[in-house]
Design a protein around this ligand. Structure first.
Ligand code: BGC
Length: 713
């Protein structure tokens, strides 16, 4: 492997030696095709631009031909936000969001999602996805929670590594492999007040403890590229943070790929972050900090050429960046085959739709059930209520061809897909029950809202399925929410439906945890689906009717109220709990639903937990005490009982999934490593401090769900 890598580097060096300064700087430019238009894009290709983003099909082919017919013929790499399947293409398979995928806690599911996505992206002739997103969603007011794997560094790192392996396959040179991009490096989700692209008030120690570990796993998984975050840490924009981009990412973590900025990061140093006087200074700072490729700020080209000519920027900085880019191009075999072929005919094929359905099914998370679910065979009439039950845009969420400004906001949804209403109608019919649907209201109050008709429609039903959530205009960049309660008239409608005294199931079809209030606390059952993609509605219906046994576990905590956030589980301990041992005098401090939580149609029991600090082996007996086969996620947490710095009340360090038949007991063994028990001390070193620890194993991060054992290291 080493020698192969050396061969790629040698090849890149050979090309670099032939390049003019202009050609080198052009390699560092990533051109936004849709923004500059065809003519300008072709001009850039002839100048030798290294990459283009957001260009599909024949347009991409034309750009590639232009690039290949230049003096050195260096092919471009095409990047696209294929963040949940290749969903910006209207015929591709639309997967659930990353957050929904995280509910599965299943590395294999994540790997498969990556593999299918890669195949479809490659079939479109493209090379690179800007995925996965490794920021943590600790303050859920943030608009991009749906794009994350949730709030926990360990789970995020595990799923990220798996999806990267899926994207990149065994070799970047493979016809069905694409480059992954770990973004946004780092702590982007931690901005003050969850205000997108603002400052994160953290220290480097905190970064090493919480925010960097998932990125380290991405490096170890061989991730070919990293994207620099928009934000800043303690006042230093990541774009100019050489310590993070060089010392930590390259020297400590051993990253060997290339770094691309996020959209216009270079220009925002001047226009929004006010750390550079002009474009020239911004170009110099961004290059010197270690950004190899500059996304969309094409002014970098003129500035960088001028800076080098005037002796204000060392050409060695440019050489190093270009070497990183060319090495990856060589590794991809791009010089031999500039255009990926993929697998013609694979868009939305049965195999890929099955993979999307599996992900959606496994993502369904049951949070409350008074016995109303699964819907009984005796049920003759089902009322499905709520706009999100029949709104494919809400079900998809953002970053798809018709829910994102790119490439065309007027796109209409392309079949096949199944909304929740359609899924329930189909299964109800198969079971001889009738189904009525009424929109009632949606997340955004509108003239279409008609609560009385919805209540009327629900009368006489044996069960009401009430679907609540958010819509795309409440999700994404710059769409942070101060208020996480159900918007519009959704709570009002819930109360009117509840007053009918009919068994009532609330289904959440949303981008993130909302503070559902009565709609969760007064419902007979609560099902979380997040954004399930094309097959999401089918998966929800199958769970409601018991065709599948829900096995999702929350990768993120649900607040009772917006004022509680951040409410993530792995907080540092605190004191002054004056009122009823709670932090707030008007609300419990606990979340409504906590990280790791999730029910099923069977029950699991834990017994006989042991841990041997010598061998680092934990073991526990898990039994299925119910009447249905089920999948349990055995979760392992620890706490350092006395340490030089405060450490979280618990931290996830491992988990294992186990299938259990009714009545079956299995002994689950989990091998841990000594370094799993590490902390980051005040000198920013990751160390295990000798002393007492507590190991906790069980069904969720709730104390009541965990068996514990104390031990010393
Ligand atoms: C987003 C990135 C995305 C990039 C390219 C930016 O606005 O922050 O996540 O990959 O655009 O579309």
């Amino acid at each position: 492997m080493e020698s192969k890598n050396a061969a790629y580097i040698a090849r890149a060096k050979e090309i670099l030696a032939q390049m003019t300064l202009e050609e080198k700087v052009a390699q560092m430019v990533q051109v936004p095709y849709a923004m500059v238009g065809r003519e300008e894009a072709l001009r850039w290709a002839k100048l030798g631009a290294g990459s283009f983003l957001h260009v599909l099909g024949d347009d991409a082919r034309e750009v590639q031909q232009a690039a290949c017919s230049t003096r050195l013929g260096i092919p471009v790499i095409f990047g696209i936000d294929a963040v949940r399947g290749h969903a910006l293409n209207d015929h591709a398979t639309v997967f659930p969001t990353q957050l929904a995928c995280a509910c599965t806690w299943d590395r294999e599911i994540a790997r498969e999602m990556g593999r299918v996505t890669a195949r479809e992206v490659a079939t479109d002739g493209l090379h690179w996805t800007f995925s996965p997103l490794l920021c943590l969603s600790r303050d859920t007011r943030w608009g991009r929670v749906n794009e994350t794997f949730g709030e926990d560094p360990y789970l995020t790192g595990e799923l990220a590594a798996a999806i990267i392996e899926g994207y990149q396959g065994d070799s970047l040179d493979d016809e069905e492999s694409i480059l992954a991009c770990a973004k946004h490096y780092y702590a982007y989700g931690e901005a003050v007040g969850a205000r997108d692209a603002c400052d994160s008030e953290i220290t480097y120690r905190k970064a090493r403890e919480v925010f960097l570990p998932p990125f380290k796993k991405a490096v170890d998984a061989g991730c070919a590229s990293f994207m620099t975050a928009y934000g800043s840490i303690d006042g230093t924009p990541l774009t100019i943070d050489r310590h993070s981009l060089k010392d930590i990412l390259r020297d400590e973590m051993g990253f060997e790929g290339f770094v691309v900025t996020d959209w216009d990061n270079m220009s925002s140093l001047v226009k929004q972050q006010f750390v550079a006087e002009d474009t020239d200074e911004a170009a110099r700072l961004a290059a010197e900090a270690g950004n190899d490729m500059i996304m969309t700020s094409v002014a970098f080209y003129d500035s960088a050429v001028k800076l080098v000519r005037e002796g204000r920027l060392d050409e060695a900085v440019i050489d190093e960046a270009v070497l990183h880019i060319l090495t990856i191009k060589a590794k991809m075999g791009l010089f031999e085959h500039p255009e990926k072929k993929g697998r013609p005919g694979c868009f939305g094929c049965a195999e890929h739709m099955d993979a999307a359905l599996r992900t959606a099914q496994r993502s369904i998370t049951l949070l409350r059930n008074d016995g109303v679910l699964p819907i009984a065979p005796s049920c003759k009439k089902i009322a499905v209520i709520g706009a999100n039950a029949d709104d494919v845009r809400a079900q998809y969420g953002d970053w798809t061809y018709f829910t994102h400004p790119l490439p065309d906001p007027d796109h209409v949804p392309v079949r096949p897909y199944t909304t929740i209403r359609e899924g329930v109608e189909e299964l109800a019919k198969a079971k001889g029950a009738s189904c009525v649907y009424a929109r009632g209201c949606g997340p955004i109050a509108s003239d279409e809202d008609d609560l009385p008709s919805a209540v009327e429609a629900a009368k006489g039903a044996d069960v009401i399925v009430y679907v609540v959530g958010d819509v795309v205009s409440q999700v994404g960049e710059g769409k942070d929410r101060a208020d996480l309660s159900l918007s519009g008239r959704q709570t009002e409608l819930f109360r009117q439906l509840r007053a009918l005294n009919i068994p009532l199931v609330t289904v959440l079809c949303a981008s993130k945890p909302l503070a559902m209030g009565d709609a969760a606390e007064q419902a007979d059952a609560v099902v979380v689906a997040f954004n399930g993609g094309a097959t999401g509605g089918k998966a929800v219906a199958q769970a409601l009717f018991g065709e599948i046994n829900p096995s999702g576990r929350l990768p993120i905590s649900f607040p009772r109220h917006s004022g509680q956030v951040p409410v993530y589980y792995n907080q540092l301990p605190g004191w002054h709990k004056l009122v009823d041992k709670q932090k707030y005098c008007d609300l419990p401090e606990t979340p409504l639903y906590v990280f790791g939580e999730g029910l099923s149609y069977t029950d699991f029991a834990y017994e006989n937990m042991t841990f041997d600090p010598q061998t680092m082996k934990a073991s526990v007996q898990v039994s299925n005490t119910g009447a249905r086969a089920g999948l349990e996620t055995v979760q392992v947490y620890f706490r350092d009982l006395v340490s030089s710095v405060m450490t979280p009340v618990k931290n996830l360090i491992a988990y294992k999934q186990v299938e259990l038949a009714p009545g079956e007991t299995k002994t689950v063994e989990i091998k841990l490593e000594r370094m799993d028990f590490a902390l980051v001390n005040r000198r920013e070193e990751r160390v295990v401090e000798p002393g007492e620890f507590m190991l906790m194993v069980g069904h969720s991060s709730k104390d009541a769900d965990l068996l514990t054992v104390k031990f010393a290291l």
